[in-house]
Design a protein around this ligand. Structure first.
Ligand code: PMP
Length: 377
C-alpha cells in the first residue's frame, strides 16, 4: 500500500500514452528546422500552453527544467546573481525544501544576506514578518506554497501583495500545491513559480519555472538558446509532453481529487485517534491545509522502527521528506514548528493521492495502532 504521494506519484496511463510517440516516432530535436524538429517543437509548445493554463500564466512565461530542484536553483541564483559584487538580500522561510534552503546557504557563503523567517506551531509564516524583514537591498522573496512535510499552505497571496508594494519579485515553490489547490499565480502576485511533473502523476526529471514577463533573470547554465537561454540544452521532449498532459489532467481532476483526499484524511485521523492515545496531528488545519499530507507524532514511539515494521507489511510511508531520508538529523521542518528532537523522531508522514482507496485507509487504520504499540519505548 502506497502512502507516500508527497515523495512521488505513479505516472497516469493517459500521461504514458501521450508520451509514447515521442520516443521512436516523433523523436526530432525541437531546435531542428526539418519536419521532425517542427513536430517536436509544436507539441512542446502545446505542453507549454497546458502548464501555463494550470497556473494562470502565459505560455511564453514557462521555462521547462529538469524538475523543481533545478527550477528553484534557477529562480534564486538567476535573480540574486551571486557573481555581482554588490551584496543582495533574500527573504525565505525556515521550512522551505532543501532545494531552496541549501541554495540560500550557498548564496550566504558567497556574500549574499539571507533572512530565514520563523514559522508558528502550524508551520505558518506571518505576512507581517515578511514585510518587517524587507531591506533596501532585498532582491527576492521566496516562500513555498505548500509544505511537503506538513501540508501547511502559506499565505502566499498576502505575501505577494507585500512583495509588489515594495517592488520585490516573489518566488513560490508550488510543487506540493498545484495538484490539489486552485493556483492562480497572477492573482496571487507570484512572479516566479516552480513545479514538478512527478508530484502530479507525470514523469520524473521534468518541471518548470514560470517567470513573469517583466522579471529580469539571468541564466545559470551556459549553452544553446533553448528556453529563452535560461535552460540551455536539448529539451527532454517526452517528459515535457508528459508534464503538459499531467497538468491538463490536474485541471480536470483537481476538485474531485481534493475533496476525496480530504475525506480520506479526515477518516484516517478519526480512526487512529480512537486507538492511539496522545496522537498528535502536526501542521495547520482547515483552510490552511493541503489535504494530501498528514504529519503524525506518536508520543513515546520510534518512528524509524515503525517505518521498518510498516515496510515489512508492504506499507510505504515516510519519516519526513524523501530527499532527506539519508540524513540522520531530525527534520528541520518539525524542529521549526517547535517539536523536540524526540518528538520529531516519533513523527511519520503519511501522504495520500488520486489512487488511495477507502479500503487502504481502513487497512492502515488497523495496522498502525499495533505497529505504534510495538515501537513504543
Ligand atoms: N520542492 C518541494 C516542496 C518538494 O516536495 C520537492 C520534491 N521532494 C522539490 C521541491 C524537488 O522537486 P524535484 O524532485 O522535481 O527536483
Amino acid at each position: 500500500m502506497y502512502f507516500d504521494y508527497c515523495a512521488t506519484t505513479p505516472v497516469s496511463e493517459e500521461v504514458i500514452a501521450a508520451m509514447q510517440p515521442f520516443w521512436r516516432v516523433d523523436y526530432g530535436n525541437p531546435s531542428s528546422l526539418h519536419q521532425y524538429g517542427r513536430i517536436a517543437a509544436e507539441n512542446m509548445e502545446h505542453a507549454r500552453d497546458q502548464v501555463a493554463a494550470l497556473i494562470g500564466a502565459k505560455a511564453h512565461e514557462i521555462i521547462f527544467t529538469g524538475g523543481a530542484t533545478e527550477a528553484n536553483n534557477l529562480a534564486l541564483l538567476g535573480i540574486l546573481q551571486p557573481w555581482q559584487p554588490e551584496g543582495a538580500h533574500l527573504i525565505t522561510g525556515s521550512t522551505e525544501h532543501h532545494s531552496v534552503l541549501h541554495t540560500a546557504q550557498f548564496l550566504e557563503k558567497v556574500g549574499c544576506e539571507v533572512t530565514y523567517l520563523p514559522v508558528d506551531k502550524d508551520g505558518l509564516i506571518s505576512p507581517e514578518s515578511v514585510e518587517q524583514a524587507i531591506r533596501a537591498n532585498t532582491r527576492l522573496i521566496s516562500i513555498m506554497l505548500v509544505n511537503n512535510e506538513l501540508g501547511t499552505v502559506q499565505p502566499v497571496a498576502a505575501i505577494g501583495k507585500i512583495a509588489h508594494r515594495h517592488g520585490i519579485p516573489f518566488h513560490s515553490d508550488a510543487v506540493q500545491g498545484i495538484g490539489l489547490l486552485d493556483v492562480d499565480s497572477a492573482g496571487m502576485g507570484i512572479d516566479l513559480l516552480s513545479l514538478s511533473a512527478h508530484k502530479i502523476y507525470g514523469p520524473k526529471g521534468a518541471g518548470a519555472l514560470m517567470v513573469r514577463s517583466d522579471i529580469k533573470i539571468s541564466n545559470i547554465f551556459h549553452g544553446g538558446s533553448q528556453e529563452n537561454q535560461l535552460r540551455p540544452g536539448t529539451e527532454n521532449v517526452p517528459a515535457i509532453i508528459g508534464l503538459g498532459k499531467a497538468c491538463e489532467l490536474v485541471s480536470m481532476h483537481r476538485e474531485h481529487d481534493s475533496n476525496k483526499i480530504a475525506g480520506l484524511r479526515k477518516q484516517l485521523i478519526e480512526n487512529l485517534r480512537q486507538h492511539i492515545p496522545g496522537l498528535i496531528v502536526n501542521g495547520a488545519r482547515g483552510a490552511d491545509l493541503c489535504p494530501h499530507v498528514l504529519s503524525l507524532t506518536f508520543p513515546g514511539c520510534v518512528a524509524e522502527m515503525m517505518q521498518i515494521r510498516l515496510s515489512r507489511q508492504d506499507v510505504a510511508i515516510s519519516l519526513g521528506s524523501a530527499c532527506n531520508s539519508k540524513e540522520i538529523a531530525p527534520s528541520h521542518v518539525l524542529l521549526a514548528i517547535g517539536l523536540s528532537p524526540q518528538e520529531a523522531d516519533a513523527t511519520l508522514r503519511i501522504s495520500l493521492g488520486r489512487e488511495t482507496t477507502p479500503q487502504e485507509i481502513s487497512q492502515l487504520s488497523e495496522i498502525l495502532p499495533d505497529v505504534a504499540s510495538a515501537c513504543r519505548i
